[in-house]
Design a protein around this ligand. Structure first.
Ligand code: SAM
Length: 186
């Protein structure tokens, strides 16, 4: 399906972004053990959070983004960078208890590929550390990254702390875009 059609479908279904279909596909393929306590990193405008709370209405969802995110019933949102996640008491008290950590974080692009690659790599490394610290054993981690020279290194890094590390390129992800998702079970 063309990217515009995914966007149209998302709008019809009341979702804030077409990114929901990427998450849906990854969840179908990866079959997480449990989805009850979720951390959504880089959550704005809120498509993934909407999807999770619609599908798993009894779950506890914590979302964080540097940008504002309009209210979603059932979502506890914090306008903060993941660099400061350890300052958010409501999230810190659940350290080691999350069963799903999802990250669609993407930094602002400068257009200078070397700088963009390093910024993405830095954020991805930080995100992996957050997932390791906040997930329970057997918890599932899904993270967006990009197909560049750092991908192998990120994957190797994940393999040190996660079992069953895999990459997914969902159908709803634009073919031309270099984005790809890493998945692991702690
Ligand atoms: C592609 S969007 C996420 C879309 C979202 N999954 C959805 O379905 O609506 C990427 C988000 O990452 C956020 N972001 C970038 N750097 C961040 C950081 N250091 N901490 C938290 N969020 C960050 C951006 O502000 C942006 O909203």
């Amino acid at each position: 399906m063309h990217a515009d059609n995914w966007a149209h479908k998302a709008k019809l279904m009341g979702y804030r972004s077409r990114a929901v279909f990427k998450l849906e596909e990854i969840l179908i393929k990866s079959k997480p053990n449990k989805i009850t306590t979720i951390l959504d990193l880089g959550s704005a405008p809120g498509g993934w959070s909407q999807f999770i709370i619609n599908r798993y209405p009894k779950s506890q969802v914590f979302a964080i983004d540097t940008l504002d995110m309009d209210f979603i019933k059932g979502i506890k949102f914090f306008k903060e960078s993941i660099e400061n996640i350890y300052d958010i008491e409501d999230i810190v008290r659940l350290k080691g208890k999350f069963d799903l950590v999802i990250s669609d974080i993407a930094p602002n692009l400068t257009g200078i590929s070397a700088i963009d690659c390093e910024n993405i790599f830095g954020l991805n490394n930080l995100t992996i550390k957050v997932a390791i610290n906040f997930l329970e054993t057997n918890g599932t981690f899904i993270m967006k990254t990009f197909q560049n020279s750092n991908l192998k290194s990120l994957r190797k890094d994940m393999e040190l702390s996660f079992n069953l590390v895999q990459t997914y390129k969902p159908a709803a992800s634009k073919k031309k875009s270099g984005e790809i998702y890493l998945y692991g079970v702690k």
